[in-house]
Design a protein around this ligand. Structure first.
Ligand SMILES: *Cc1c(COP(=O)(O)O)cnc(C)c1O
Length: 448
């Protein structure tokens, strides 16, 4: 059975996510046979370094022996059980661990089954909290320009990524969209922190004017990933925390992509020393093994729902697979891996290596920016006049194709080529990826 065999069978029946299927008339689908560490292997025996951690979920590589062992053990005792009325040790232990490693004050864990579902939970909980307090006027949410919080209707509603959103606009919430502190948009000579402080003024004004109708502000701390790996200074989060306290509005930190060490600290909020009212976790939570998400919140929120049943205050939200035991076991195994070695310190060295490996692009006329936060490194391609290429030109696709021909799975976001590899990548593999990315960029910008 080779690639062609699986490709044909696949294209007869599957509809792939986030894909114009017609592209595959030209673009070969890659059927993967196996994964090990940072490597993926297809059915023709070609190998690829997973430079994007399979959509940012993988932390410790594919087929990790420790996670595999934990999963097998869990499957022997309990695969899944309804989490209403019943519970199981993996769900309890994981909740205890999450409370102990997240910023102080987050004391309650609510499970869901995807990142988007976690965002839905946080939005509904915040809204419902204010109802339970008798504040019926609060129905609105604030998000940042360029933000991404998932693709179910509620989560998409508080996102600001045009391509994904336009079509569904009539179905969506109407958030107040405030300009992002995105450092790439700063004026020449400005620091990231200055940009963050200046952009914060719009947030301050929005909260001053609308706070009594706002439930919560939702942000992706430090890196707006799907919006093009746009990054900002932690001071924005500090200011936002202070303002949310002042105006009595919730702060939702969507750490679905940036949590679990991606930004250099275990959670991005740590870099601003803040505790949000809700923290959404998913993606890396199970090391890229299984779909699981968690929303953490504080005791004050929890208590606002705690009452006699007849008062109708309970949070009546559930998913069939809430708190699935296999998912929780995988997550516990991942947390054990964080304990077994100083992953964050090792990643500091890896991050420096990644940055050094792309230094050759610093004076490239078609590279508008090289930015990095921890284990996320992004390169922004620009035209000869320093402007973004029109998205229809699909320059990123040329980098993607070049990568596949050279043992690298790179999947640019528009004009942004990024490296976001698993935390087990070796130096020579980093150098290889950087080389392929640089050649791919040369190729993509040469297209006339
Ligand atoms: C991926 C992502 C989501 C959505 O998670 P899914 O599991 O794909 O539903 C939400 N927020 C952020 C910041 C993400 O990167």
């Amino acid at each position: 059975m080779n690639n062609e065999h699986w490709r044909q069978r696949d294209l007869d029946v599957l509809w792939h996510p986030c894909t114009q299927m017609k592209d595959h008339e030209e673009l070969p689908m890659i059927p993967i046979r196996s994964g090990k560490g940072v490597w993926l292997e297809d059915f023709d025996g070609n190998r690829y370094i997973d430079a994007i951690s399979s959509w940012w979920v993988n932390l410790f590589g594919h087929a990790h022996p420790h996670i595999n062992r934990r999963l097998a053990e869990q499957a022997q005792s309990l695969e899944h059980v309804i989490l209403a009325g019943l519970t199981h040790p993996a769900a309890t232990e994981l909740a205890e661990r999450l409370v102990s490693i997240t910023p102080p004050g987050l004391e309650r864990v609510f499970y869901a089954d995807s990142g988007s579902a976690a965002v839905e939970v946080a939005l509904k909980m915040s809204f419902h909290y204010w109802r339970n307090l008798g504040q019926q006027r609060r129905t609105r949410f604030v998000c940042l320009s360029g933000s991404y919080h998932g693709e179910t209707l509620g989560a998409l509603g508080v996102s600001d990524v045009g391509l994904y959103k336009q079509t569904y606009a009539p179905l969506l919430l109407e958030p107040i969209v405030v300009p992002s502190p995105d450092a790439f948009e700063r004026a020449p000579g400005m620091s990231w922190a200055e940009q963050a402080r200046e952009r914060f003024q719009a947030m301050e004004q929005t909260l001053a004017r609308h706070h009594d109708e706002i439930c919560a502000v939702i942000v992706e701390p430090l890196v707006q990933c799907a919006g093009g790996m746009r990054m900002y200074d932690p001071v924005y989060l500090e200011l936002l925390r202070q303002a949310c306290d002042r105006y009595q509005v919730h702060l939702i930190a969507d750490e679905i992509a940036v949590g679990f060490g991606r930004t250099g600290t275990l959670f991005a909020c740590e870099q601003a020393a803040i505790t949000p009212d809700f923290m959404c976790l998913s993606k890396g939570l199970t090391g890229g093994y299984l779909p699981l998400s968690a929303v953490l919140t504080n005791d004050k929120v929890y208590q606002a729902f705690y009452a006699d049943y007849s008062e109708s205050r309970a949070f009546l939200h559930s998913h069939s697979y809430t708190g699935n035991a296999l998912c929780c076991a995988a997550a516990l195994a991942v947390l054990e891996l964080f304990e077994q070695s100083d992953v964050l310190a090792e990643n500091r060295r890896r991050s420096a290596r990644m940055r050094a490996a792309v230094a050759g692009l610093e004076d490239h006329r078609n590279v508008g920016d090289i930015r990095q936060t921890g284990m996320i490194l992004a390169i922004e391609m620009v035209d000869d006049h320093g402007r973004p290429y029109p998205w229809q030109q699909r320059r990123g696709l040329a980098v993607y194709r070049h990568g596949l021909d050279h043992q690298a799975l790179l999947r640019p976001l528009g004009n942004v080529v990024y490296l976001m590899p698993p935390y087990v990548i070796e130096d020579d593999e980093i150098d290889h990826l950087a080389g392929v990315a640089m050649d791919g960029i040369d190729r993509a910008v040469a297209i006339r």
